[in-house]
Design a protein around this ligand. Structure first.
Ligand code: SF4
Ligand code: SF4
Ligand code: FES
Length: 252
């Protein structure tokens, strides 16, 4: 038997409820939540789909740490330990463990997609393997939004949400900006400029908390956010860019 403490409530408020529940060999936290639904709390709301760490739906906070419920084995807890499960803190609660993550979809829509190079057709794209590997690391993202939930810039600062895309979407901008075939500049899109000015890259102080909670072990900070900051700084202090901007301003 395990002692579970689960947050129950909705947007108007709620609190922690205690349960004693059976645990079997090899189970994960999501199994226990399902057992609670089946035996003691049939109206307990929880979002899940794959139970395999791939759909990114079952994100929650377990003993205060943002994690996937389906990938958290019961064997990591001491038998006498109380396991507390609460909804992600950075997003509004819908009910019980289910939060409204639409903030993330809104931010996703603000990032322009890959711009295909005009001179190349499908099948003609050629890239170095290291460029392919970089994109592949970022594309392992399952959109669980645990990194978004953990980042201190928005976790307790609702007021920052309008100006900050969060690590998942800054990583997306970094991926596109570092993509050797992205034709955004030719299309008049300035990914570096918008990362800094519209998506709040400057708020990130590279604490790496997002990286620590990523279930796909993506090195969000080291491989995406820091390189993007370096690219923004390179451009800002590039004497040719500086000269170009000055001439453009004079001509206006
Ligand atoms: S590294 Fe940046 S984006 Fe990641 S948690 Fe820290 S401040 Fe947020
Ligand atoms: S980067 Fe990692 S933590 Fe963030 S949404 Fe993607 S998989 Fe989840
Ligand atoms: S249920 Fe799909 S990631 Fe947990």
């Amino acid at each position: 038997m395990a002692h579970f403490r689960v947050w129950r409530g909705d947007a108007d408020g709620g609190g922690l409820e205690d349960f004693r529940v059976e645990v079997h060999e090899g189970e994960v936290v999501l199994d226990i939540i399902h057992r609670l639904q089946a035996t003691q709390a049939s109206d307990l709301a929880v979002r899940w789909n794959c139970k395999a760490g791939k759909c990114g739906s079952c994100s929650a906070e377990i003993n205060g740490r943002p994690r996937l419920m389906c990938m958290t084995r019961m064997s990591v807890f001491d038998r006498t330990e109380t396991v507390t499960v609460t909804p992600m803190r950075a997003f509004p609660v819908v009910r019980d463990l289910v939060t409204d993550v639409s903030f993330n979809y809104a931010k996703a829509r603000e990032v322009p997609a890959f711009v295909p190079p005009a001179e190349l057709g499908p099948g003609e794209y050629r890239m170095q393997q290291e460029d392919v590997n970089r994109s592949q690391e970022f594309r392992k993202c399952i959109e669980c939004f645990l990194c978004q939930n953990t980042c201190h810039v928005v976790r307790d600062h609702e007021e920052n949400k309008a100006a900050f895309a969060g690590p998942r979407f800054l990583m997306r901008i970094a991926e596109l900006d570092m993509h050797p075939l992205d034709a955004a500049p030719q299309a008049g899109l300035d990914r570096k400029g918008t990362a800094q000015d519209e998506h709040g890259l400057g708020y990130c102080n590279i604490t790496k908390c997002c990286t620590e909670v990523c279930p796909e072990n993506i090195k969000i900070t080291d491989n995406a956010l820091i390189p993007l900051k370096e690219r923004v700084a390179d451009r800002k202090y590039d004497p040719l860019v500086w000269l170009g901007n000055k001439i453009r301003r004079r001509g206006q």
